[in-house]
Design a protein around this ligand. Structure first.
Ligand SMILES: N[C@@H](CCC(=O)N[C@@H](CSO)C(=O)NCC(=O)O)C(=O)O
Length: 217
């Protein structure tokens, strides 16, 4: 069984999977996909992900795409290896992990992704950050983080007093957000700030963040 991850470390969604693989102490091969050359839109990669986006994971005859589906598969299949990200021995805790992974996917990600795009990707395409888009999404993100601030006064992490896949899924975009002026949306909320500092200091993510040098400090 060889795990092959197709993507690039600077990509948030690839680094979401990379962090999971490291937390699970798994061996894998990272197969670079050249976004700038449009490799992800060519037939060989489209056969792995018909939507033409990275990452994709191959394990023998299994091919997966969607980073959060990949991390869930890895966390489940290798539940006995490395750190338990899904609380597989406690159904109620596992259910809470599922709640907060859904929150990240449906409420946090749609608000944070456009902000990161405007600050870090638009300039690479020769455009100025669109402050209207940034402001509108900062308001949405602030509302989500107000809920996080309240939750994190009662539990150390989002799903409970244990680090889980729910926290992990937040790492890549928040890492880039913290390199923009919008970092204040985290820093002005003390429990969110403490949570961010805790989860981003885990060795598995620090290793992945070394490859996320898309943004020079
Ligand atoms: N919901 C999917 C999103 C993948 C994605 O946006 N991939 C980006 C790079 S990560 O930011 C991508 O492939 N962008 C290039 C493109 O869309 O052409 C997932 O979680 O895997």
């Amino acid at each position: 069984m060889v795990l092959k991850l197709y993507g690039t470390p600077m990509s948030t969604c690839t680094s979401r999977v990379l962090t999971c693989l490291h937390e699970k102490s798994l061996d894998f091969e990272l197969v670079p996909v050249d976004l700038f050359a449009g490799e992800h839109k060519q037939p060989p990669f489209l056969a792995k992900n018909p939507f033409g986006q990275i990452p994709a994971l191959e394990e023998d005859d299994l091919t997966l795409f969607e980073s959060r589906a990949i991390t869930s598969y890895v966390a489940e299949k290798f539940k006995g290896s490395g750190y338990d990200l899904i609380r597989h021995e406690n159904l109620k805790e596992a259910a809470s992990v599922k709640v907060w992974t859904e929150v990240e996917s449906h409420r946090y990600n749609p608000a944070i992704a456009p902000i990161v795009f405007q600050f870090l990707v638009a300039p690479l395409q020769g455009n100025l950050p669109d402050q209207t888009i940034i402001d509108a999404n900062l308001e949405k993100l602030g509302k989500v983080l107000d809920v996080y601030e309240a939750k994190l006064t009662s539990t150390k992490y989002l799903a409970g007093d244990f680090y889980s896949l729910a926290d992990l899924h937040h790492l890549p975009y928040t890492y880039y957000l913290m390199k923009t002026p919008a970092a204040s949306v985290v820093n002005e909320r003390p429990h969110v700030k403490a949570w961010w500092e805790d989860i981003s200091s885990r060795p598995a993510f620090k290793k992945v963040a070394e490859g996320m040098n898309f943004v020079k400090k």
